[in-house]
Design a protein. Sequence first.
Lengths: 237, 566
Amino acid sequence: MKGRFNIFRKRAGESEPYRQEFEVELFPGMTLLDVFHAIQAEQDPSFAYRYSCRGAICGSCAVRINGTAALACKTQALPLAEQGTVHVDPLGNMPTVKDLVADLDTFWEAYDSVRPYLERAGETHDEVFFWADKLDAKQLDQLSRAVDCIKCASCFSDCPKRAEDENFIGPQASVQLFKFFVDPRDDLHSMRRDAAASPGGVVDCDSHANCVKVCPKDVRPLRAINFVKKELSVTQE
Amino acid sequence: MQINERFNYDIVIMGAGLAGLSAALTVAEQHPDLSVAVLSKVHPVRSHSGAAQGGINAAVAADDKWEDHYYDTLKGGWFLGDQDAVRILTEQAPQAIYNLDRWGAHFDRDEHGHFAQRPFGGQRRNRTCYVADKTGHALLNTLYEQAVRLNVDVFDEWFVFDLIHHGDEFLGLLAFANKTGTIGYFAAKTCLLATGGAGRIYGQSSNALINTGDGMALALRAGAALKDIEFFQIHPTGLPNGILITEGARGEGGYLINKDGERFMKKYAPQFMELAPRDLVARSIQREINEGRGFDDGCVRLDLRHLGAEKIKSKLPQIREIAMYFAGVDPIEQPIPVRPTVHYTMGGIDVDINCAAPIKGLFAAGETACVSVHGANRLGGNSLLDAMVFGIRSGETIPAYLHAADGPDRTGEEALLEAAMDRFNALFGDDGEDVPTLRREMERIMVASFGLFRNQALMEKGLAEMSALHRRYADVRVKSTDLVFNPELIRALELGFMLEVAHACALAAVDRRESRGSHYRDDFPTMDNAQFLRHSLVTRDAQGTLTLAYRDVTVTDTKPLDEIKY
Ligand SMILES: Cc1cc2nc3c(=O)[nH]c(=O)nc-3n(C[C@H](O)[C@H](O)[C@H](O)COP(=O)(O)OP(=O)(O)OC[C@H]3O[C@@H](n4cnc5c(N)ncnc54)[C@H](O)[C@@H]3O)c2cc1C
Ligand code: SF4
Ligand code: FES
């Protein structure tokens, strides 16, 4: 069948965005990213969008599909198009560079702001290491989810709190902070606590939980946020 | 269009996968006085290294020896690997793991707190360290995190389109920034090419869409050789669309089944069964399909159902997810349709064991380089290791080179830049060859003539077709002159790079009249050490004519076998 795709367009430099409809012949198994490739190859060679792995592991291709952030490469096109015209937009909470390419600078600034790395004084590795001794099962599970994050920015795009408060670091950066907050090897624990508790930090999350819904890797950012909040409140009492 | 911005660095690194980032971190930690820029056409965490699932090999267990890893690697590579290089790979492997652990990687641990290790094909013991089934993703992110910690200058979404050299001396890289359209010249004393593989020259590939051999082509055009470029590993198990189902699935005990319900590997490798080396498994599957024992969809089946829901969910969650999203199949309930898919580029830029190319100041590491360690066939888990070990090593040998050598002589640089910009500008115009059409034709030729089963007639035809296609590329024109996220331009440049690699592969493949590892010919079905225990070397002159030469394999302490059996 032919699918109809109503796509946000914006040329670089020119200010006014517009929308354009494309018709694409669909086959079973075809993803929305395949649809973009078909449009670029056959209808408009200048159509711009991000891609790399086409296997839901690099985080390049997140866009808004019918208003909700998702990975184009992980979205089957046929079932979607059967329900009617598919509307595709660049990620929200960020400016657009061109067509479906969002300007991710603010997303990466938030990531950078949490010191997104392990800082340890000892220069050696751990020959023997017992994760399980230091973290409980729930923390371990959430840590594994944090490692899964592919930095696709879907959660950042669809976070209502970030929409109203530009200082809020957003779900991904909160997950990134959590990743080292619970890491027994990390030396920046008190700095991370202060950052989490300061304005715009993890504590400012209003628990809308959109991040949990849109995340393509089931990272559950809100859960990471609640872990941090809980630990902050426990030690304050 | 002209150069808008100029930069000066001691070291410019093209590529931000495991190889590029580990080199950058090593320099930043050990030589903070040296200036380093890392350029990547995608954000570093989007690099293809992130797609690696299964793991990374190292003899870290108390009862394991690097010598065993060394021998398994030599044998797995059909003795085409240089023994001095393989020694470095395997002897330095534990240090690479320790660095990653120190930088924050979350390797799985066993009940004693030691690195957990899983079995991988072609090795006599469990030697593959892993982070669940997201090893590459976890390691790539760890390296990027540390690059942020060490304030490495990362130019992300900068596309390198030309390499400037004066004779055999490296001068700099030309690149444009996708976000702003700025054209930058990165003058540098040294350059590390870490651009990954070229699997995309085949239509059916597990590689990311960005794996187009850019660094290989730039090195070839600059006068370096591509070594053993006829060797492309074809992974036995890809989904119908090329996405990989990792060897981990077989490592955990998955069965390969033909349409008669038979575990057919018992005919081809009774001892190792599904864990035989990849080339053997791939050809076995292809043979089953070719001889009519595949299913109607042209695939065989990978059956995990007997492992049970719990094991599949805990040990292979990513594989399950991939099968569900990209093939519509839940492996807990149904076997997964699989067929061979092009996976790894064993050949690459000819460099010595210090990662140095014959061009002064030019180095290469990772999948884009051929040191060579993988020989005619890479063992699973050895390529993340290659990227790490030789990435780290180049981070040590480049500073040593800088210490010993003066900077390049820059007389004549401006004229070279002008000529390069003329070449770039000539790519734009209204009427020309269509990129998607040429690309499909290249993919078709590679699959038809240089796939799992090769022979003289098929390859001669393929080589002639490839030469003709390569000539047509000169007429490609890009209509849109806006450099900001211009997919038309990027795809045109990538096609140009891919054609160089594909053409070199075709030339080297026709001439290798033997079967060795991934290079399997039905007209010469056995390996021939007397004639071909040699590396192929393809070079290109300024007119674009390719020439083929050979160099003996480095043998230090282990006599190559005349036949490989598992
Ligand atoms: C699906 C899959 C699974 C795998 N699983 C395993 C495994 O389990 N174990 C294992 O050992 N190996 C595995 N491999 C192989 C392994 O992932 C790669 O060999 C390895 O990651 C290569 O790393 P690299 O740093 O050399 O290159 P890459 O990670 O590919 O990085 C290349 C870099 O070069 C940059 N670049 C390229 N061209 C340009 C340009 N023109 N301008 C600017 N930048 C450019 C890219 O942006 C990128 O940053 C797997 C491969 C695949 C396809
Ligand atoms: S938490 Fe999920 S949605 Fe947010 S960036 Fe990571 S993978 Fe994407
Ligand atoms: S292209 Fe990598 S996540 Fe979609």
